[in-house]
Every structure is written in C-alpha cells, then in structure tokens.
Design a protein around this ligand. Sequence first.
Ligand SMILES: NC(=O)c1ccc[n+]([C@@H]2O[C@H](COP(=O)([O-])OP(=O)(O)OC[C@H]3O[C@@H](n4cnc5c(N)ncnc54)[C@H](OP(=O)(O)O)[C@@H]3O)[C@@H](O)[C@H]2O)c1
Length: 327
Amino acid sequence: MHKIPVGVLGASGYAGRELCGLIARHPDLTLAWAAAHEQRGERMRLPGVGSVAFVAAEEAPLGDAVVVFSALPHGASAAWVARAHAAGAKVVDLSADLRPGHAPTPGCGAVTADAYGLPELERDSVRTASIVANPGCYATAVLLGLLPALANGLVAEDATVSVAAASGVTGAGNAPRRELMFAEVAEDFRPYAVGNHHRHLPEMRAVLERFACPADLVFTPHLLPVARGIIATITLPLAKAVADPQALWRAHYAGECFVAVGDAPPALRDVVHGNVARLFVMALAGVRRPTLVIVSALDNLLKGAAGQAVQNANLLLGLDESAGLTA
Ligand SMILES: NC(=O)c1ccc[n+]([C@@H]2O[C@H](COP(=O)([O-])OP(=O)(O)OC[C@H]3O[C@@H](n4cnc5c(N)ncnc54)[C@H](OP(=O)(O)O)[C@@H]3O)[C@@H](O)[C@H]2O)c1
C-alpha cells in the first residue's frame, strides 16, 4: 500500500525520537527524512524501529514530505515552520512558537498557526489547517481537566484556579543541563518556575479567554525524578455546586478515544507509554464554597507531544484520528 511520506525536524530530541517511533509503526505514514542539528550525520537506534540516520535540517528535502513535524526548541521552530510551509508541506509544530498567547518570534511574524491542536477542543479547525500548533504537555493535561467546566460555565467568576503539577525529566528536553544530571534529580522533588511564570500559561489563559472565563490561573510545576509522565492536580472554585461532576466529565468526553474519566485518581503507571489522558474529578470536602479537585495524568511525550502531533497529522490527512496510536 502507498504510504504518505512525512519528515521530522528535531528528530534526535526526546519528542522527535518518539515521533520517529510512532511513524515507523503507523499503518499509513512513512519517514521520508529525519533531521538533527548537533547530531546531524549520526545514526540512532530506536527500540522497535531499527536505526534512523539524521540529516542536517538545512539538507532535509522539506517538500518531499506531505507533513513536516517540527520538534525543535522554541525560538528555533517558527522559521522552519515557515520554510516547510513554503515548500508545500502541512506542518505540525510541537514548539511553543505558534501557540495562542505567544508573542511572534522575531523575523517570523508572518507565520501563524491555523489551529491549536487540542483535538478535543477544536478538531474541525485542525482538519482544515495547513499549520497546527501542538499544545504544550502541561497545557494539554490542565486544559483537558478544565474543558468540561469551561464548556458548562461552571467556574466562579472571581475564582483562582490553582494547579500543582509534576513532570518527569524528559519534559525538559535532552540538551545537557547541570540541574538535570542524574545525581541532581534522583531521590529529589522540587518546584520550578515558581511565581506563575511557566511558558505554558499564555496558551492556557488564551483558552480560558475563549470561554469568556475571567478566573485567575496559578500554575506551579515540579520536577519528578522519573523519565516520563505528568500529573496535574487542579483546584477549581465553582459558580455553584455540581451534583455529579464525574457524570458530567464522562458525558463531555463520551466518544473520545484519548481521554478517559476514571473513578479513582490516575497514577503515572496508568498513562506512561500510552496516548490516553486519564482524568478524575470530585467535590472537595471541608471547604466553604463549592470546589472541585480534578486530577489529570498523561505521558508528556505521547498525549503531551508526539502522540498528539500524530493525532493532529491524522486529522490533517483525513485518516482515522487514532491511526498508529495505542491507548
Ligand atoms: N519533551 C517534552 O515532553 C515536550 C512536550 C511537548 C512539547 N515539547 C516541545 O517539543 C520541542 C522539542 O522538545 P524536546 O524535549 O524533544 O527537545 P530536545 O530533546 O532538546 O530536542 C531538540 C531537537 O531540536 C534539534 N535542534 C536544536 N537546536 C536546533 C536548531 N537551531 N536547528 C535545528 N535543529 C535544532 C536538536 O538536535 P541535536 O540534538 O542534534 O542538536 C534536537 O533534535 C520543544 O519545542 C518542546 O518545547 C516537548
């Protein structure tokens, strides 16, 4: 059967390698080329895939790919998205560069995304887009937790929505950094970007604004000494009490193949190596105003990055949305 050629920029990084693996196992896609930067010219063995040779991004035949995935660092990605688009490819950008709420990259003001690639929020605009901004990993976890509340107008207008989240270290990418060395991370647990400064806040706020939700959002990420996975615990003050929040969340996601609402809080082992975000919701006890706690867990490299990017590419190409992805 004829397979659709796709290319990966940033293929030697954590998200890029995951993409190469998903493409190799995809029934309808084939990897036309894989590009790297410092690791250009090298080969990498990927479990279950065999070995992938990395070309320099400058030498990648961008126009040979029907879809280009850009898994480049933020700031470096927008210019390559513009080049791939000019070469005739559809693009899924995994970086923050083109996400809603982000300032344009200097020199790349003309390139914008046609869709924010959270299929559970805007599936139809992804289907017709030529450039898709894939959401951040934390943003995916938090927004999937919040969407039923936003869609049903449940958030109190004067609310402060508080999120405490933790991610495994692959979330920080594989460029060497002293604070991410094994001995610095192992057997430790610490917050970072404290003070509401994380890069994913603008896209989360942009979605709240879309639902005319004026609540404040406070987001505090933590570094977990594991390779992959995110858990976000969201505290959500309500406009009024909700009788059966679990039923409401389940109804909102009925028919979604990559979001599941469970009857117990998810653990990392429930989500790693799969493309499903797992949610749990219940009313908080012992507080004066009606408040929900929502727990959202996902694999940062799959539903939080490469898996969601393939979900978006499937939509762009008119394929089955779940093709090549496992729950
Ligand atoms: N990791 C996650 O959980 C995650 C989740 C969601 C979104 N994302 C986003 O996905 C993107 C990739 O993340 P990552 O964690 O995979 O990062 P990473 O491990 O640091 O990989 C970055 C990749 O980009 C290449 N690269 C770096 N600078 C470049 C340049 N100037 N020109 C061309 N290629 C360049 C690197 O090549 P060399 O290694 O060969 O130099 C590498 O292949 C980022 O924008 C990140 O924010 C990541």
